[in-house]
Design a protein. Structure first.
Length: 397
């Protein structure tokens, strides 16, 4: 009765089972995986947001497959604030970045075609690709005093069915930006093999002040960049991270590259978008106001991340068996822990013995054991208590 593409293993693993039992028992949890900014104690301008959603203009229906011109102009101004010119006509608004991925997979791939993506990475991509009958091929990013793309690994994964390369900039959860030279190599590979480059930039605005940066690439969404001339490039972003509004399901695709390829891609994407017409009018009318919220929200999140990072590093200085991997942005930290048990076993033990909730490294497809991922959005006092418990347990294991 059901398609093979939805034949996932939906059985509980030990981690999810332990979490369900813990919550059912009403036990306290130090939530070190909190990633929903709307529940982390940040202050939103509720009046401005709610007033914007009540714009009477949203009562008039005017189907715009690419998105309302005023809304697309607001996105273009977001990039202009970064000193980057993006033509509103080369933007497609979507109901979040997940829909953006779906549009691009449909645009670029036949059933069974392949898309390359870096590992470690967020597990949502596997589901998005499977639903679209696309096969993901992982290439590695490797750690040596910072993260970098393993281009040997990438080249090995290329095949006659490869249609695109996906980079997350900065990556989730490792927090590394694509470097300038890495971007040049990616574009050269794509141009040589007639592939598209997809850059997910949802965390772009969350660069850490404390990071020792390599020469990182800026946004890939640029019509003017000479380096884009030979590579069809799609940038994905949206309100979820930029303005800390994940419930306002609004994202976009920005296309750039060779003029002929961009024109044809946009024409096809417009038909795909027209087929669904999924983005609602109130959100589009509110988009200029919602994007403006990013300034206040990003300041609050940056302060929280900086506070928690500072606290964590102070704790780690006294706990030698555990270390934090270097990162440059985002709102997660990766900890290297003694690999005396599987990451999942450690995560279950932390929950059952210390009431601490972390993500095991395998959740993000780390190649080896000995990693846990924690969020830096957790309120500072809870974060301090939770990490104290984490380090006491994992450091003594």
């Amino acid at each position: 009765m059901f398609s093979k593409r939805t034949n996932w293993n939906l059985d509980e693993n030990a981690y999810t089972r332990a979490l369900r039992h813990h919550r059912a028992a009403g036990k306290r949890i130090f939530d070190l995986i909190a990633s929903n900014p709307t529940t982390c104690g940040f202050q939103y301008d509720e009046g401005a947001i709610l007033n914007a959603l009540g714009d009477p203009a949203s009562l008039r229906y005017g189907p715009e497959p690419k998105g309302m011109p005023a809304a697309r102009a607001a996105v273009a101004r977001y990039y202009a604030d970064k000193g980057v010119e993006v033509d509103p006509e080369q933007l497609i608004l979507t109901t979040g970045t997940s829909e953006g991925y779906s549009f691009l997979f449909r645009l670029l791939c036949e059933p069974g075609d392949e898309v390359l993506i870096a590992h470690p990475s967020y597990p949502l991509f596997d589901f998005l690709a499977t639903i679209q009958d696309v096969k993901l091929r992982p290439f590695q990013i490797v750690y040596d005093h910072g993260w970098q793309i393993d281009f040997h690994s990438l080249q090995k994964e290329l095949s006659g069915r490869t249609r695109a390369i996906v980079v997350v900039h900065p990556n989730n959860p490792t927090g590394n930006f694509v470097g300038i030279r890495e971007a040049e190599q990616l574009r050269a590979i794509c141009a040589e093999r007639d592939l598209a480059l997809i850059a997910d930039e949802v965390f772009l605005d969350y660069e850490w002040k404390t990071a020792a940066h390599k020469k990182r690439h800026g946004t890939f969404a640029s019509n003017a960049a000479a380096s884009n001339a030979a590579t069809l490039t799609f940038v994905l972003s949206g309100l979820s991270k930029i303005a800390a509004l994940p419930q306002m399901k609004l994202g976009w695709i920005a296309a750039s590259g060779p003029e002929t390829a961009v024109r044809e891609a946009l024409a096809r994407l417009e038909v795909i978008a027209d087929t669904y017409l999924s983005l609602n009018a109130p959100l589009q009318c509110a988009l200029p106001t919602l994007l403006a919220q990013r300034h206040a929200m990003q300041r609050q999140i940056a302060a929280r991340v900086e506070t928690n990072l500072s606290q964590l590093d102070e704790q780690l200085a006294r706990q030698k068996p555990i270390s934090r991997l270097e990162a440059e942005g985002g709102w997660y930290a990766v900890l290297r822990v003694p690999a005396v048990q599987s990451d999942e076993e450690l995560a279950v033990r932390l929950l059952e013995e210390r009431n601490v909730l972390v993500h095991p490294g395998h959740f993000y497809d780390f190649a080896d054991q000995g990693y846990v991922v924690i969020s830096l959005l957790t309120p500072a006092e809870e974060f301090k208590e939770g990490t104290n418990e984490l380090l006491a347990c994992a450091g003594g294991s």
